[in-house]
Design a protein around this ligand. Structure first.
Ligand SMILES: Nc1ncnc2c1ncn2[C@@H]1O[C@H](COP(=O)(O)OP(=O)(O)OP(=O)(O)O)[C@@H](O)[C@H]1O
Ligand SMILES: O=P(O)(O)OC[C@H]1O[C@H](OP(=O)(O)O)[C@H](O)[C@@H]1O
Length: 184
């Protein structure tokens, strides 16, 4: 039986990567997987959970059909490896760090995907981006502006297929909520 794609989205800085990192082991114990993104950013900024590539490498990988999904945002290219399709076909549930803008395309390709929207108090969000310090101040302001636009439109849409998960509190609590939402 095919597994389910769980598409985690939310503002930059809301904690998607942190939650995915925390979910990796407990999900693996239940037969699930967390996808590793390919991103055109430096290896240092990409961290362990993503593969850093140059723009040229990304274009080559894309031309070779290396990605199940790919998008551009924040001046970067993002790819989700084709490997996730093998995992899904083998029956594993797969968690991915997705893009809000790419949701319609993701839905078209995976009609049964489960969408989880992370929310976080706006003041907490700003603070988290500043403390993380991965982007410059103008880049952080751009991300906050992009987030404000999406948050308003996504919540206004009142989409019943969207599950909301508030990550304003401790990560451990959010992890418990995530596993409840995905029924694991
Ligand atoms: N529940 C939490 N409590 C406190 N700090 C948190 C929590 N969740 C995440 N953080 C911190 O907030 C910052 C942003 O988290 P993270 O990088 O996981 O966000 P993200 O949604 O993946 O962002 P982006 O989309 O920009 O990659 C990090 O410094 C992380 O340690
Ligand atoms: O704004 P939207 O379209 O939701 O997503 C844009 C992209 O930016 C974030 O990644 P990161 O902060 O660069 O790691 C998200 O995870 C997503 O891939």
């Amino acid at each position: 039986m095919a597994g389910r794609l769980i598409y985690l989205i939310g503002p930059s800085g809301s904690g998607k990567d942190s939650l995915l990192d925390a979910a990796r082991e407990p999900l693996a114990e239940r037969g699930g997987r967390v996808a590793r993104r390919v991103i055109t950013r430096s290896a240092e900024a990409a961290g362990e959970a993503a593969q850093a590539v140059s723009a040229e490498q990304f274009a080559t990988m894309q031309a070779q059909g290396a990605f199940a999904m790919s998008w551009q945002a924040n001046g970067l290219c993002y790819g989700i490896p084709r490997l996730v399709d093998d995992w899904l076909a083998a029956g594993a549930d797969v968690l991915v760090n997705g893009s809000r803008a790419y949701l319609p395309q993701a839905r078209a390709r995976y009609p049964d995907l489960q969408v989880i929207l992370l929310t976080v108090d706006p003041a907490v969000l700003r603070e988290r981006l500043l403390v993380r310090g991965r982007e410059t101040l103008p880049q952080i302001e751009e991300r906050l502006a992009r987030n404000a636009e999406f948050t308003t439109s996504m919540l206004a849409a009142d989409d019943p297929s969207l599950s909301l998960l508030d990550n304003s509190g401790p990560l451990r609590k959010s992890l418990e909520k995530l596993f409840r939402l995905i029924g694991k």
